[in-house]
Write a protein that binds this ligand. Structure first.
Ligand SMILES: Nc1ncnc2c1ncn2[C@@H]1O[C@H](COP(=O)(O)OP(=O)(O)OC[C@H]2O[C@@H]([n+]3cccc(C(=O)O)c3)[C@H](O)[C@@H]2O)[C@@H](O)[C@H]1O
Ligand SMILES: Nc1ncnc2c1ncn2[C@@H]1O[C@H](COP(=O)(O)OP(=O)(O)OP(=O)(O)O)[C@@H](O)[C@H]1O
Ligand SMILES: [Mg+2]
Length: 263
């Protein structure tokens, strides 16, 4: 009942969206060697052609060798321009000044430095920053606010992670990238499913149930899982609401349309 499939029109819809949105500009993508950015790169090339797409790999000292190789493999397979920018030293230098105490704050700083690099390149070269967030991450807030969560457009933002896997297979993304365990790559040994505490297969079904308007009890009943797991997902969704809005601004408005400001 909460089985997720990939609509047959999804690929075509996304490609048309990318083409319309980017127009006569170009695209830049942070290529991590992971599933989401690889899939987005494949879609961008289909939509825009290889000459309009730039992939930027931004490793630091904890980036596994396989990820560096996979990012390069994607770029080579697609024939797009590929640049590598090491961020380890930038993070260290910045943190010498800021002196962040918590591991996660420093991890998020890395994601924000990657974002700043992509926006720098976009400004400089008439490109748009291509987001790689998927629907599962967006709905539970599993991204760095104004880090990897910041972009000009998000082609796979309406696809759950399990649907991204299906699309990746259809697009011919290398199988070793598809079968890799998803990781934010910000901390050593980090894994999405360990940190979130739920496998994407289950998480996506819970979120899909939520999207369809089922309550927590009904979802637990349909999926035959512990209600506590469903509750936790609903809580993650609620707690991360602030990440899905533009900006909280107090509405002041105009005191009186008749006031003459020159007086
Ligand atoms: N109620 C509220 N209203 C408005 N703003 C609020 C807020 N509560 C917190 N905030 C703000 O949000 C900040 C917390 O958000 P944030 O800085 O994002 O930090 P946070 O959500 O604590 O951490 C990011 C999470 O996303 C994961 N991540 C990051 C990057 C990539 C990936 C991946 O899958 O690849 C995953 C990462 O492992 C971690 O679990 C607070 O410091 C505060 O500034
Ligand atoms: N080393 C990196 N170099 C370039 N971009 C990166 C790097 N690490 C993370 N990013 C950017 O941050 C995004 C968010 O990371 P995330 O882990 O969610 O996606 P992914 O690595 O593409 O796929 P997966 O979730 O399967 O690991 C990436 O898609 C990529 O755009
Ligand atoms: Mg990753």
């Amino acid at each position: 009942m909460l089985e997720l499939t990939l609509p047959d029109y999804a690929e075509e819809t996304i490609i048309r969206f990318i083409r319309d949105f980017v127009g006569d500009k170009n695209a830049v993508i942070g290529l991590s060697g992971g599933l989401d950015s690889s899939t987005v790169a494949f879609l961008c090339v289909k939509a825009l052609g290889k000459d309009k797409v730039l992939g930027v790999h931004m490793p630091d000292s904890i980036t596994p060798k396989e990820d560096k190789e996979d990012a390069k493999l994607v770029a080579e397979k697609l024939g797009i321009e590929f640049r590598t920018i090491e961020i380890g030293e930038i993070v260290e230098k910045m943190n010498e000044k800021i002196k962040l105490k918590n591991e996660m704050s420093t991890a998020n700083l890395k994601a924000r430095i990657r974002m700043a690099i992509l926006y720098g390149i976009a400004n400089d070269e008439n490109r748009l920053v291509t987001g790689t967030s998927n629907k599962s991450e967006i709905l539970i807030g599993y991204f760095t606010k104004y880090g990897d969560g910041a972009s000009d457009f998000a082609p796979i933002g309406d696809l759950y992670k399990t649907q991204v896997r299906m699309l990746a297979e259809k697009l011919g993304v290398p199988s070793r990238i598809i079968s890799k365990a998803p990781t934010a790559g910000l901390l050593p040994g980090q894994s999405d499913e360990k940190e979130i505490g739920i496998k994407y297969e289950i998480l996506d079904k819970i979120l899909y149930g939520m999207e369809l308007g089922f309550n927590e009890n009904k979802i637990a009943e349909i999926l035959d899982i512990d209600i506590k797991m469903v509750r936790r997902v609903f809580e993650m969704h609620e707690r991360s609401r602030h990440k899905r809005v533009m900006l909280y601004i107090p509405k002041i408005g105009i005191r009186s349309v008749n006031t003459d400001w020159r007086e």
